[in-house]
Design a binder for this molecule. Structure first.
Ligand SMILES: Nc1nc2c(c(=O)[nH]1)N[C@H]1C(S)=C(S)[C@@H](COP(=O)(O)OP(=O)(O)OC[C@H]3O[C@@H](n4cnc5c(=O)[nH]c(N)nc54)[C@H](O)[C@@H]3O)O[C@H]1N2
Ligand SMILES: Nc1nc2c(c(=O)[nH]1)N[C@H]1C(S)=C(S)[C@@H](COP(=O)(O)OP(=O)(O)OC[C@H]3O[C@@H](n4cnc5c(=O)[nH]c(N)nc54)[C@H](O)[C@@H]3O)O[C@H]1N2
Ligand code: SF4
Ligand SMILES: [Mo]
Length: 701
């Protein structure tokens, strides 16, 4: 055999964008290792990187368009598929209006530059208000707070963990997730480095997580109550004179007044964290030479997600922990997507959802209303849906309801590489080339990284014969919808080249091609107030829309209602070898112990006569599922934890792995009617549930 060749690229499976060194021969991947010469990831990878080989080789991965027929799926030509789809969508829109067609874009949309750069063209061509995405499942609160406080929804502060003396982590488990809205390959060593230079890491989480195990301290918190903890920490900051607010802010006095009533003694009752711990934590945070509080999905997926991200930013700012080394900082990416997009994204409440009247934000409606918009008859009802890179039946609240909704749609198209729980309802599935077959420039995660970095990945392999790139699919569909059929699709990476040339570092795609390990552009650097995109170049600590949410917070603050039927609070969890719903097609990632278990505290188990690995029924307002239980004191008493992305046992799914790993979907329990009313984000944590052992209620397993 000839010596293998080596290809370098960035892994695009999660936000850490680790550099890979791939040995290959012909079209065979021989090995995937970490690229030690990547200045950012320094050779780190996780087990998921090997899934890129599995996806490339997976015989279940689709490569040609499929059409549903009475006798099952049939392969058809691209041009026939595009023509049929465009004609049907146009006919539906001519009959029922533009809003009768909806689109949902899932998580990998931001991990593929072809999709990222061309997908929005299709949304525009559809001229519909019914645009949805995974953004309203996990991160609207970040964007909402950033828009209100810093002037652009994507101007997100990033924790400068490579220089910090104190890292407070709320509702994130970067050791399992490899970090989010904070691109940070090799987070474990970066965390250890904080401790080695004498700094501290503290985790607030209802579960003693893999990250908590590496931290200096961990506090259990009752799910959904972080907003009170943040308010109490701010109360302590002002009460004890620990504030060091920079000059470029507005609304400081208003915030000081707002937080005054949230005394740690009262917050202790809500959160389960003692008043002493709240005071000590606040003092340690405010007195550290540099500190940063970071909050991710566990914070954003709660009923006060928007308020949490607002108050978390306020805590960083008023303790002087903004725009200095080791604090919350803004990036200066090589391609700055913020530069000219204020007009595109700073949009709110231009229209409302038809049934529940929820406001649009950044051109999107909350995904929690998608099912009701399909199921509720009347003018403007959704009759057709396009999904791209998504699996909303498993990833959005009340999956059973969406299941029914999609089953009843008049027409559905999925742009996806698998027949999954959602795409099985499509009339057409259009699969793009992906992974090792495509070029990729990470527009999103280079811009959210804890260092300014840049890198371009060339395709390693040719796409399959007659296959299409994602951008070809989007552009061909858009062209047919806008009456420009025949326009030749243009590789959108030319736009990346332009962005690099005008991005402040004098780069180009050609330059990046010469540097296959990526380029380090230096640590995050102070740039306030210059980098702010507010009109007055100030950070707004008390914008009216955010402050108004205090009324809703006070209502919950004052109530002491106990739910005696649904008497446990359900939260989420991620495992290192999962990736939302779709990497369960990789045998090497799913092998081993069943990870779809319900974690429960020993006292809660005893009280319900539940033993280890018993099958239990979990029920909520919207549904029920049956799973084995794992009894552990690593979850807070009163709280249970179940991972999302499982539930592959539904009919018609083409799984590449054994059904024993199918698991159940946590989103058959989560409630579409409970959202963060401020931002519209779905609520996945703190879901009231009841857990019963199956035998005890007379069933057999
Ligand atoms: N209860 C609960 N629910 C959650 C979460 C939680 O923590 N708890 N997390 C939420 C979060 S953070 C997110 S981001 C969402 C994710 O939810 P979604 O974005 O809806 O779904 P994914 O599971 O990421 O599915 C990705 C799909 O993209 C396809 N795909 C992969 N690569 C490509 C490609 O290159 N092109 C195309 N066209 N398709 C591709 C895969 O086959 C898969 O079908 O789930 C959310 N749901
Ligand atoms: N291995 C792996 N990596 C991934 C993904 C994956 O599915 N698997 N998904 C990717 C995606 S799309 C995203 S968005 C990121 C998410 O990245 P992270 O935000 O790090 O996600 P999680 O690991 O779900 O961590 C959320 C934590 O919040 C805790 N939590 C739950 N409820 C509460 C609460 O009320 N308060 C507090 N303080 N904490 C709470 C949970 O116990 C959990 O430990 O991960 C990305 N990386
Ligand atoms: S941490 Fe994320 S980017 Fe790095 S190898 Fe794993 S999946 Fe890929
Ligand atoms: Mo996410």
């Amino acid at each position: 055999m000839t010596n293998p060749s080596v290809h370098y690229r960035a892994c695009n499976l999660c936000e850490a964008i680790c550099g890979l060194e791939i040995s290959y021969s012909g079209t065979q991947v021989i090995a995937i290792n970490g690229d030690k010469n990547d200045p950012f990831s320094r050779g780190h990878i996780c087990p998921k990187a090997l899934a890129l080989k599995d996806i490339y080789e997976d015989t279940n991965r689709l490569k040609l368009p499929l059409k549903r027929t009475e006798t099952g799926w049939e392969t058809i030509s691209w041009s026939e598929a595009f023509d049929d789809i465009a004609a049907t969508l146009k006919a539906i829109q001519a009959r029922d209006g533009n809003n009768a067609v909806a689109m949902y874009a899932g998580n990998p949309s931001v991990h593929n530059s072809g999709t990222f750069l061309s997908g929005t063209g299709l949304m525009r061509a559809l001229k519909t208000q019914n645009i949805y995405s995974a953004t309203s499942a996990d991160q609207l609160p970040h964007h909402f707070a950033a828009w209100q406080m810093f002037g652009h929804p994507f101007l997100l502060p990033i924790p400068d963990i490579d220089h910090t003396d104190f890292w407070l982590i709320m509702g994130g488990n970067p050791i399992a997730s490899n970090g989010s809205l904070m691109t940070v390959p090799d987070v474990a060593n970066r965390l250890k480095a904080i401790q080695q230079r004498g700094g501290k890491v503290v985790v607030i989480d209802p579960r003693f997580t893999e990250t908590a195990a590496k931290a200096d301290a961990h506090h259990f918190i009752r799910p959904g109550t972080d907003v009170f903890l943040l308010l109490a920490m701010l109360q302590v900051v002002f009460d004890e004179g620990l504030d060091k607010t920079p000059a470029f802010v507005t609304g400081l006095d208003e915030v000081r007044t707002l937080v005054a009533e949230f005394l740690p003694e009262k917050v202790e009752l809500k959160t389960g964290i003692s008043a002493d711990s709240i005071r000590n934590l606040t003092r340690a945070f405010a007195n550290a030479p540099s500190a940063v509080v970071y909050g991710r999905v566990g914070l954003s997926m709660q009923a006060f997600g928007g308020a949490c991200q607002w108050l978390l930013n306020v805590l960083n700012v008023v303790t002087g922990n903004i725009d200095r080394a080791g604090t919350a900082m803004f990036t200066h990416p090589a391609v700055d997507i913020l530069a000219n997009t204020k007009g595109t994204y700073n949009k709110y409440n231009r229209h409302r959802s038809r049934v529940r009247g929820l406001p649009e934000f950044m051109g999107e409606l909350p995904v929690s209303v998608l099912a009701e918009e399909i199921l509720t008859e009347g003018d403007g009802q959704i009759k057709a849906l396009i999904t791209s890179c998504g699996n909303p039946i498993l990833s959005t609240p009340n999956g059973q309801q969406l299941d029914k909704a999609l089953e009843g749609l008049e027409f559905m198209v999925a742009i996806d590489i698998y027949i999954n729980e959602t795409t099985r309802y499509a009339d057409y599935i259009l699969p793009p080339a992906t992974g090792l077959e495509v070029a990729h420039y990470d527009l999103t995660f280079n811009a959210l990284a804890v260092r300014n970095v840049t890198r371009f990945s060339e395709p390693l392999f040719f796409k399959a014969e007659n296959a299409k790139y994602d951008w070809e699919i989007f552009q061909e569909l858009s062209a047919r919808l806008s009456g420009e059929a025949g326009a030749v699709p243009q590789d959108p990476h030319a736009k990346v080249d332009l962005g690099l040339r005008f991005g402040g570092y004098n780069l180009s795609l050609e330059h990046l091609r010469q540097h296959p390990h990526g380029l380090d552009l230096g640590p995050l650097r102070p740039d306030l107030p210059n980098r702010l995109l507010t009109q007055d170049k100030k950070i707004h600590l008390a914008p009216e829309l955010l402050v108004k949410d205090i009324l809703r917070i006070r209502k919950v603050w004052q109530e002491s209602k106990v739910n005696t039927h649904f008497d446990l609070l359900l939260t989420n969890r991620r495992h290192l070898r999962d990736n939302n719903s779709w990497l369960h097609n990789s045998q090497r990632l799913v092998k081993g112990r069943n990870r779809c278990t319900l974690m429960m505290h020993p006292d809660d188990a005893r009280q319900r006569a539940i033993s280890e690995m018993d099958n239990v029924k979990i029920s909520s307002r919207v549904g029920e599922v049956t799973v084995p239980v794992e009894i552990t004191d690593k979850v807070m008493k009163g709280t249970v934890s179940l991972p999302h992305g499982y539930g592959h046992g539904r009919d018609g799914v083409q799984l590449s792995v054994a059904q024993t790993h199918a698991g159940v979907s946590v989103n058959d329990l989560t409630d579409d009617l409970v959202i963060d009313e401020l931002t519209g984000n779905a609520v996945f944590v703190g879901v009231p549930v009841r857990v019963e052992v199956l035998e005890a209620i007379g069933n057999t397993v």
